[in-house]
Design a protein around this ligand. Sequence first.
Ligand code: UD1
Ligand code: MG
Length: 455
Amino acid sequence: MTGRTSLTIVLAAGEGTRMRSSMPKVLHPVAGRSLLAHVLAAVPRGAGDSLAVVIGPNHQTVADEAKRLRPDAMTFVQQHRLGTAHAVLAAREAIAHGADDLLVVFGDTPLITAATFARLREPLAKGAALAVLGFRAADPTGYGRLLVAGEQLVAIREQADASPDEAKITLCNAGVMAFDGRAALSLLDSIGNANSKAEYYLTDAVGIVRQLGLQASVIETSEDEVRGINTKAQLAEAEAVMQARLRQVALQAGVTMIAPDTVFLAADTTFGNDVTIEPFVVIGPGVTIADGAVIHSFSHLTEATIGKQALIGPFARLRPGTVIGEGAKIGNFVETKSAVLDAGAKVNHLTYIGDTHVGAGANVGAGTITCNYDGFRKHRTEIGAGAFVGSNSSLVAPVRIGAGAYVGSGSVITRDVPDDALAVERGEQTTRPGWAKRFREMRSKAKAKSAPKTG
Ligand code: UD1
Ligand code: MG
């Protein structure tokens, strides 16, 4: 919307009691980020766009999340829940400041898109005082019904106040509205609470606009986009819709997935060209996958950067702070955390690499453990470029394995190993020729003697 300034008010005061959770509702995650973060990603955020978030009392965590995502966000507390119009007026100071368009959206509708906000603002640019986002509900129970006459919106009737005929209407209020910013404050101030719930209904703004002879419009969207979250079941439904969207975006970006329905992505996952993700992979927040990388089945990645042509898994667990270099390999049953692997490094089997830097081309053998934790603090391990760590070794941090060094299999390394050295730490091998044969003969004779006679 060129040239018009906006103020978006996000109503995020919901307790989320029906979520059966101590966490405020809008902080619950969908595709790895909070409901509030999804809404804030969709609202206008240009130079002339401001944002106010209305939170419940004692919900500082919601204010913190808003500020984290939009440092310019204003936050207001609604002390008592007296209705949606009352909640909007908690941000009176921001409204009074003035903007061309005033947008109101609920913080628990994470599937809303930026394109819909743009469409909703169009009627305002053409002179409407109010535009309401509507959708055709499969089951309209509980929603406000939109009463229309031709192109014009006449009123919104809340479920509790609807006549039997009005209750049959399936065109419903999504809860997203756009007001002409100059008229907004006086409209909101004239809303009363003479209804069955004695609440100040934001939806009453429609009737007031009409009484003033001004124009109110409806913009329609799909039900999927405006699903509100009140329960864990609805949270799971929203997750499913979001995952379907994210998979489509990934496929369109050229990611190969032979079973996309089994791959879980995060809203911020990014892909290079020719990335392959095999079935049953879970990707959490903060993951970047570069050109040509392959994520094999049953891998779990969070806050990890995967370099070009790198191979991950199957059954790999990449935890926060993992950076995998170009062409590097992480194999099955390998866990990494705060681990940087330079180009071509290999950690192929049954290994834990934590708080570690692995140099280019180093090879970490099966069953290697970086012992990074002494029960009190974490310590770092450095494995130099081209080093070879034999299988079943423990590297007790802080420790450094030099470039090109060898660690003999089964070693417990507690002191630094210089470049190009060999370090072996294990008992000397004893070999007794013929011992096993003599042992077998002795034992079978003894057994024959002691066996009870039969027949
Ligand atoms: C509201 C709409 C209804 C619409 C439906 C869509 C009103 C009066 N009704 O009904 O037309 O079809 O949403 O989901 O607007 N809130 C506050 N403070 C309050 C009351 C509500 O912050 O005092 C917030 C809630 O946390 C929630 C949102 O406003 O995010 C909507 O409130 P809710 O009680 O869910 O309204 P509905 O009855 O669902
Ligand atoms: Mg609701």
